[in-house]
Structure formats: structure tokens, C-alpha cells
Design a protein around this ligand. Structure first.
Ligand code: ZN
Length: 548
């Protein structure tokens, strides 16, 4: 429902209804103005759809938006009026893929406000990504209700969490009874309000699951109106390959009759660079056949990991660090490790594409290639020296201090741009500790891809961070600035909205969000956090008759 300019305001407007009726409509005397809490006046309003922006007022009463339109002051008497002329007013951003546990699960109430996301303008986060989400959704909701949290949270139940609860770390396939156990855990989580099933088939032990097993479990989410959200088995060329893996996701969606959503869609590594177009074609074919398929994407060319995890062959670290050091002392093993590392380095774009980001080391801020030159060794040797601890007494010390941390520039700009332009790709952060995407994904996308490079328009950026995100992820009463919906609202300055975090300094709050409302309460007021924990865990409503 939207309100055309100049349209009469006689119809009931929630809290304003009684006053409006008593006061008449055509010529409201001032005493008949409807009471409201907050009026944002004069901003450039993007309502979350692709409708063009307009200068309009937004009125909030309690938790709800009660009016969007012109001249609100002649209809409402608000406790507070904020002039937001020159600013952009939009629905609070929705982040479909996050790892915020160190904040939201903290003992510290201040940390639980979830500042990294608030300062990007994000009001709702999906949690439990990559297959990690607990099936104990109701217990989680109660915990947040008691402890307080700054942003809204929407839970996904994790295929990994469920599988581990039933099968442990085993590479084995589940017995029929075990499969049934997994299914009933997912069913329970869905009935407690999870929005869908997340999976991370790239990760062990989830990687041990067959397609059939995933289909059987995903069906439980499908029945209850959820989606299947996946970090797919291969985003690169490790095994199945990017295209094969994409086909598997589509197959799971088809066979389980469930909407599928690709987490952080990308073409990772030299072998698959340039394949974005082929991935998109596969997805569009599925959509043309009637399948619901979507994706999210973070606007960074680098993923974050450790140099050992990125380059060492898995057999070399089977047995942990002592085993690795023993292998490196043996000439034949060392050569084998070097050969495989060399291939992995190639896959990731070479030593120039590996930026060392752990703080306080002689290699901090340098690429692996630069360190090889500085040490006068080859690239693989330089990597081994860092893994072994470089100038530090022990490698373990370097690891503990984050010396192995890297930003791995393994995505190509044209692939990133092409994915971003698809009308079914929404903004996500994949925000995790140590990578600037946790603090800056939304403003980064705005600054680099909307303003600087014009890959997408501002309207597309907002729609794909709000209304479309709500539609795809199953949020019923958020994502749009419309009367009757929940008042999650961001007000940002288009000149100042920008990231501050970068790869070397990833924990810097973004700037430019002047006001942020979560469930009608100001979480940011004039650029400052208010300390109000207005978030809550949202509840997905399964169709009638699908839950006990
Ligand atoms: Zn992931």
C-alpha cells in the first residue's frame, strides 16, 4: 500500500484512527492531528521497491510506519520531528549472510548492539549461515529476548549443525533412522521460526553429504515454506568445479521443491575466472523453468583466510603443526608440498594476489610477491617462511598473533560486476572477524559500485538491499517503507556514506548513517549510537497444518 500525494487521509491509520475519525477529515483542526512518535521530513525517500525516489515524509508511531507521503505535518503531531532534507531515507538494510557471533553472543551488552552492522544501516541479519545454525531456534530467541540485541535477527537452521548432532564428524552416510532424525531436527527448527535451511557443502563434514541426503533434509524446510541457502560445494576448481556445483544446487532446489539461494556468489580463482556468465545462464534456465533461484554477493575482490589454509595441501597438515614441520624437514615431502603449494598459488592468482594482513609483522601490508623479493627467495619459499613464523621464535606464536592472515584476491572484477547486475542478486556481507566486509560491505558497494563505477544505480542498490531481500528471504513485514510495516529505517547522507574499514584495518566503523530505526526505536541518532537494543529475533510463519 502506498500513498499518493494529496490523497485524503480519512482512512484509518492504526494509532491515528480514532483521532482521525473524531476530528473529521477535510479540514482537520490542529487538535485533531494524529499523534505519532517521529516524523522524518524532507528526505529523498526510496521505498524499497524500484519506484523512483520522491521527497516525502515518513511518520512512525510505536513500532510501525504509519504514513509515507507529503505534508505529514498537517496530519500528524509527532513527538519529534527530524529534518532529513538532503539525506536518503530507505528501509533498513537486510543482510542475508552473516557471521556476527562475536558481537551478538557477547556477554557485553555494548557489543550485542552489533555496531559494525548498525553503522552500515543494516537492521536485520540472517544468522546461522553456511550450515552453522542451531536447530534450537526457540531457545536462541529466548536468549536474545533476555539479553537484548541491537539488530533484528532471522535464523536459518544449519545442515552442518544438524548433521553433526546426528552423525558427528563422520564421513559416513546416515542410516535411514539417522536421516529421519536429521529431518525431524530441521522440521522442529522450522516450526520454531527458522526461515530456511542453510548449508555449507564446501566444508567438512557437510562435504561428506550426498546430494540425495541434502535433498531429503531440505524437503523438511520446503514443506514449511523455507528456503535453501547454500555456500555451494565448489566455487572454484577444487573438485566438482563451479559449474558442476551450480548444477547441484539447482538440482537440490528442483528435487526438494524449495527456493534456492546462493550465498556469496562468485567465481573463485584463475581456473574459473570469466565463468560468471555461464553460471548466470544456468540459473536463468532454471528460473525460466519456474524454479526460484537467487543469490547474495559481497562487494570485495578478496576473500579472507590464512596463508596455510589457502596454500598447504590437506595431507601435509593432517596431524597438525608438528606433522607439518616434520614433513618440511624431509626433503622428498618438502618438495611434494612445494609442488602442490605452487599449484594452489596459481589457482589463487599468484603471489601478487596474496596480501598479508596480520598486524605488526614485517610482512604486514605487503604482498607475498613483495616478501619473496625482499627475502630473495621464490614465492613458495616465502610462504613457507611465513607459515613457519618468519622472524618470530615459533611459528605457533606467529599463528596466534594472526601472522598468517591474508586477503586473497581471487575474484575478477568483470565477474563481480556481472553478478552484481543481475536482478536476483542481493547485497550480503558474509561479515566475519578480520575481513573489512564485516564493517563495510553496504557502504563499500554504494561508494565503489554505485557512485564510482556506476555498475548499478542507487535505486537498484537500495532495492537489492531491502525490498528484494525481504521478498527473497521471506520477511513479510519489513524491507519497504509502507504504512503498516515495521519501522526499520535508515537515513544516510549520500555525500558521506562510506566505508572506513579496509583489508589492513578491518574493524573500522562505517560513516554516513545519520539515523537508524530498529522496530521504531532510534539505534543511531545524529550519527551516534543511542545504546538502545531494539532488535529481536524474527519468526518465520510456516503454512497452516505443517507444524504440530
Ligand atoms: Zn560461506
Amino acid at each position: 500500500m502506498s500513498t499518493a500525494p494529496g490523497r485524503t487521509l480519512c482512512r484509518p491509520l492504526l494509532l491515528g484512527a480514532l483521532l482521525a475519525v473524531l476530528g473529521g477529515c477535510a479540514h482537520q483542526p490542529s487538535s485533531s492531528l494524529a499523534a505519532a512518535d517521529l516524523l522524518l521530513t524532507g528526505g529523498s525517500v526510496y521505498d524499497g521497491s524500484l519506484a523512483p525516489p520522491r521527497i516525502a515524509d515518513v511518520v512512525i508511531s510505536g513500532e510501525r510506519i504509519v504514513y509515507v507521503g507529503e505534508a505529514a505535518r498537517s496530519h500528524y503531531r509527532a513527538e519529534r520531528v527530524i529534518d532529513v532534507g538532503g539525506a536518503i531515507v530507505a528501509p533498513g538494510f537486510i543482510d542475508p549472510h552473516t557471521h556476527p557471533e562475536s558481537f551478538i553472543r557477547s556477554d557485553d551488552a555494548q557489543a550485542r548492539l552489533n555496531a559494525p552492522w548498525l553503522h552500515q544501516g543494516v537492521t536485520t541479519l540472517f544468522v546461522g549461515s553456511d550450515g552453522s545454525g542451531t536447530p534450537e531456534v526457540e531457545a536462541l530467541r529466548q536468549w536474545f529476548q533476555q539479553q537484548g540485541v541491537g539488530t533484528n535477527l532471522a535464523a536459518l537452521v544449519g545442515f552442518g549443525a544438524v548433521r553433526e548432532q546426528v552423525l558427528g564428524d563422520a564421513a559416513a552416510a546416515p542410516s535411514p533412522a539417522q536421516l529421519q532424525q536429521m529431518q525431524s531436527l530441521v522440521a522442529k527448527a522450522m516450526c520454531e521460526g527458522a526461515f530456511g535451511l542453510s548449508a555449507g557443502l564446501f566444508y567438512a563434514p557437510q562435504s561428506f553429504a550426498s546430494t540425495d541426503e541434502v535433498v531429503a533434509v531440505a524437503r523438511e524446510a520446503a514443506i514449511r515454506g523455507g528456503l535453501y541457502d547454500t555456500h555451494q560445494r565448489d566455487e572454484s576448481s577444487y573438485g566438482l568445479g563451479l559449474l558442476g556445483s551450480t548444477r547441484e544446487v539447482l538440482e537440490i532446489g528442483r528435487r526438494a521443491a524449495i527456493p534456492v539461494h546462493f550465498s556469496h556468489i562468485k567465481a573463485l580463482g584463475m581456473d574459473v575466472h570469466g565463468q560468471a556468465g555461464e553460471v548466470i545462464a544456468l540459473i536463468e534456465q532454471a528460473q525460466a523453468r519456474g524454479q526460484r533461484v537467487s543469490a547474495d554477493q559481497y562487494p570485495w575482490l578478496a576473500s579472507g583466510t590464512r596463508i596455510g589454509a589457502a596454500l598447504l595441501p590437506r595431507w601435509a597438515v593432517d596431524g597438525g603443526r608438528p606433522a607439518l614441520l616434520a614433513h618440511l624437514d624431509d626433503a622428498a615431502s618438502r618438495q611434494r608440498i612445494r609442488d602442490e603449494m605452487s599449484l594452489n598459488l596459481q589457482r589463487r592468482g599468484g603471489a601478487g594476489a596474496i596480501l598479508m594482513i596480520g598486524r605488526g609483522f614485517e610482512w604486514t601490508g605487503k604482498t607475498l610477491a613483495e616478501m619473496a623479493v625482499a627475502w630473495n627467495v621464490d614465492d613458495v619459499e616465502a610462504a613457507l617462511r611465513i607459515i613457519a613464523g618468519g622472524g618470530l621464535r615459533t611459528g605457533a606464536e606467529a599463528t596466534a598473533r594472526g601472522g598468517e592472515r591474508i586477503a586473497s584476491f581471487n575474484m575478477r572484477q568483470d565477474d563481480v560486476n556481472l553478478f552484481m547486475q543481475q536482478p536476483w542478486v542481493i547485497t550480503g556481507s558474509d561479515g566475519s572477524n578480520g575481513h573489512p566486509r564485516q564493517y563495510a560491505s553496504f557502504p563499500k558497494k554504494y561508494a565503489d559500485y554505485v557512485v564510482r563505477d556506476r555498475v548499478i544505480t542507487l535505486g537498484e542498490f537500495i532495492h537489492r538491499s531491502t525490498g528484494l531481500s525481504a521478498d527473497l528471504m521471506g520477511l513479510r513485514d519489513r524491507g519497504y517503507l509502507r504504512e503498516g510495516l515495521q519501522a526499520d529505517v535508515v537515513v544516510f547522507d549520500p555525500q558521506r556514506y562510506a566505508p572506513r574499514a579496509d583489508y589492513l584495518d578491518p574493524a573500522q566503523l562505517s560513516v554516513g548513517v545519520d539515523y537508524l530505526l530498529v522496530n521504531g526505536q532510534l539505534a543511531i541518532d545524529a550519527g551516534q549510537m543511542t545504546g538502545v537494543a531494539a532488535g529481536r529475533m524474527l519468526r518465520h510463519q510456516p503454512p497452516a497444518g505443517t507444524c504440530p
